[in-house]
Design a protein around this ligand. Structure first.
Ligand code: HEC
Ligand code: HEC
Ligand code: HEC
Ligand code: HEC
Ligand code: HEC
Ligand code: HEC
Ligand code: HEC
Length: 395
């Protein structure tokens, strides 16, 4: 993290640049800084010169810093090399070295690394597990990307940068910049705030969530066939440009369990769309602060307080609530269970807010259930199913 003084200086420098340069020159400056990591004076820093509160939150959100250019920011590469580093000898030694890494991303659970090739960046064959501090093989899904020689540009860049152009492989800014959610604010910035810029709070909740959904979902770009939307403008309809994967009820697909629950990470939008919360007019930013917050997952409140803001007397609502020892399980444990257990993948929690029933059908499909996935790991779904049934019968 830059010190606040250095940071203010950078912001002031950026706004000075914005103030004195004509529009064309501004584009040049933006173009020159596109490939850099969070340390550079980006357009977003320029916005932050007048919007310091939003900037200081965003700076601490993974949105502003998951993409790392090792040349400019060697500390951003979290992996370690050498004998004694867990997994290094097995998966890395002889395969690639520190010098091969030209791009890295991920700051929460897993960091993946790329090497520059003739036609783009390609995945290196091992990943760094951030929490366990060890090397491990790529997850099966990413190993497939690597084997099929799909590039970062073709498969990933649209959601891990802002304003990615598949034609040239260039992007306007690394990470999730202000413009990913506010659109092009150049005229607004140059006019000192007089010209308008998109205010997401003026959108319908659905349109507002679609901004988040442009990255937190899985689908296919209608025009280019890429797995990310190309040329999506915040405030517009996402599905006009992006065909979302949809569940097939009763069947396990690459993306969903038979009951429609998400099977993979970064599908929060598709889970949320199935929920009562969506129907009731909630949006992603009802619970998450868009720029960032001090709470885990950038929530508006502490997780345990969040649900009770609206669901005051939930603990007496149903037999399962009443039957469960008070204070032993939280709303999130039962209604936002983890749904993807594939090894070495980033884990995510369902945004359908459904209780994942420990049913025979779930066991057959291999879908995790709310009881045994995290809390009762030592038990099996049959035990859980019996416990739930007993509560329901007691009434
Ligand atoms: C030179 C100062 C300055 C810069 C640079 C600047 N803004 Fe603003 N911005 C303002 C002012 C002043 C307002 C308040 C306008 C008002 O209340 O009518 C504003 C308002 C906003 C609003 C609320 C819109 C509204 O209608 O109230 C958003 C969103 C916003 N700015 C985003 C941005 C983004 C994104 C950038 C970078 C592209 C940016 N700003 C750059 C001065 C600036
Ligand atoms: C991930 C999406 C996202 C990013 C990135 C983002 N914003 Fe926002 N911003 C929002 C949303 C959504 C709102 C509406 C407030 C809300 O719902 O919490 C908002 C509100 C604002 C407002 C207040 C406007 C109002 O509604 O009164 C300003 C100013 C602003 N953002 C500036 C910025 C700046 C500057 C950056 C970059 C440093 C930035 N935002 C990055 C999504 C984003
Ligand atoms: C341009 C793509 C993009 C957009 C738009 C976007 N995100 Fe993200 N978001 C990401 C990526 C990529 C990550 C993962 C960063 C990482 O794990 O290193 C992420 C991470 C997150 C996280 C995890 C943070 C944590 O601390 O665990 C939350 C929460 C989140 N986004 C919410 C939102 C919300 C809410 C919106 C809309 C207001 C939104 N995002 C819009 C790409 C995007
Ligand atoms: C449709 C948008 C999209 C595409 C395409 C995409 N990602 Fe992501 N990725 C995300 C979002 C959003 C997250 C944040 C996690 C979440 O939402 O659950 C994320 C998270 C990650 C993480 C976890 C980072 C962490 O801090 O733990 C890794 C690693 C990752 N992506 C790698 C890739 C790779 C490699 C590709 C290309 C093969 C790719 N992603 C393609 C949207 C996307
Ligand atoms: C009703 C509140 C609520 C709404 C609405 C909501 N979230 Fe969440 N979200 C949460 C909570 C709570 C967590 C943390 C779950 C946990 O602690 O296990 C979370 C976690 C996340 C994470 C971290 C990865 C994961 O899945 O665990 C991301 C990314 C995220 N939400 C994005 C979104 C997006 C995008 C939307 C809108 C499509 C959204 N959320 C709507 C409450 C909400
Ligand atoms: C901003 C208010 C708000 C927040 C915050 C909120 N909810 Fe809700 N929730 C609602 C409304 C409104 C409904 C629909 C009416 C009802 O069932 O009470 C609902 C319904 C539900 C349902 C019933 C779903 C169904 O299909 O019938 C569950 C389960 C639920 N919420 C869980 C949660 C959890 C877990 C959290 C915290 C992560 C949470 N809610 C946070 C407003 C909220
Ligand atoms: C031990 C697991 C568990 C916990 C903890 C839990 N729930 Fe539930 N919840 C369920 C189950 C199961 C259902 C479905 C109804 C049933 O089977 O009795 C449900 C149903 C609901 C409903 C819909 C009620 C209806 O009448 O349709 C809401 C709303 C809800 N829960 C909110 C919450 C909130 C808010 C919390 C946290 C205070 C919470 N739940 C904690 C398991 C749980």
């Amino acid at each position: 993290m830059p010190s606040s003084r250095a940071f203010r200086a950078a912001a002031a420098a950026a706004v000075a640049v914005l103030a004195v340069l004509p529009a064309s020159a501004l584009e040049d400056v933006t173009a020159r800084v596109t490939q850099t990591s969070a340390v550079a004076a980006t357009a977003s820093r320029g916005c932050g010169a007048c919007h310091s509160q939003e900037l200081s939150l965003w700076i601490n959100h993974p949105h502003s810093r998951f993409l790392v250019d090792p040349v400019r920011d060697s500390r951003g590469v979290l992996a370690r090399w050498g004998k004694g580093v867990p997994g290094w000898k097995l998966y890395v030694k002889g395969a690639f070295g520190r010098g091969d890494v030209t791009r890295a991303f991920g700051v929460l659970q897993i960091q993946v690394l790329f090497r520059r090739d003739r036609d783009g960046h390609r995945l290196l064959p091992a990943q760094w597990n951030i929490r366990r501090k060890r090397w491990e093989p790529l997850s099966d899904a990413l190993e497939q990307v690597r084997r099929e020689r799909r590039t970062w540009e073709a498969s990933c860049a649209g959601c891990h940068t802002t304003g990615f152009d598949p034609g040239t492989g260039a992007f306007e800014e690394p990470n999730v910049a202000c413009r990913a959610c506010h659109g092009d604010g150049t005229a607004h910035a140059q006019s000192g705030g007089r010209k308008p810029v998109l205010r997401p709070s003026s959108l319908t909740p659905e349109r507002r969530s679609e901004i988040c959904g442009s990255c937190h979902s899985r689908g296919t770009d209608r025009r280019t066939g890429r797995p990310y939307p190309v040329g999506f403008t915040p405030g517009d309809s996402l599905e006009r440009v992006f065909e979302l994967e949809a569940p097939v009820l009763g069947r396990t697909t690459a993306f969903f369990w038979p009951d429609g629950t998400e099977r993979l990470a970064y599908m929060e939008y598709q889970g949320f769309r199935q929920s009562r919360h969506f129907e009731e007019g909630l949006s992603c930013t009802t619970c998450h602060l868009a720029h960032g917050s001090d709470y885990p997952f950038n929530l508006r409140r502490r997780t345990v307080d969040l649900c009770e803001t609206c669901h005051r007397d939930a603990s007496a609502l149903t037999p399962v609530h009443r039957g469960h020892p008070a204070g032993k399980a939280t709303c999130v444990d039962c209604h936002m269970a983890m749904t993807n257990l594939a090894p070495r993948e980033a884990h995510a929690h369902t945004h359908t807010f459904r209780f994942l029933e420990p049913s025979a059908a779930a066991v057959r499909a291999g879908r995790p259930d709310s009881c045994t996935v995290e809390c009762h790991r030592d038990r099996d779904p049959r035990w859980a199913s019996g416990a739930v049934r007993a509560w329901r019968e007691k009434r």
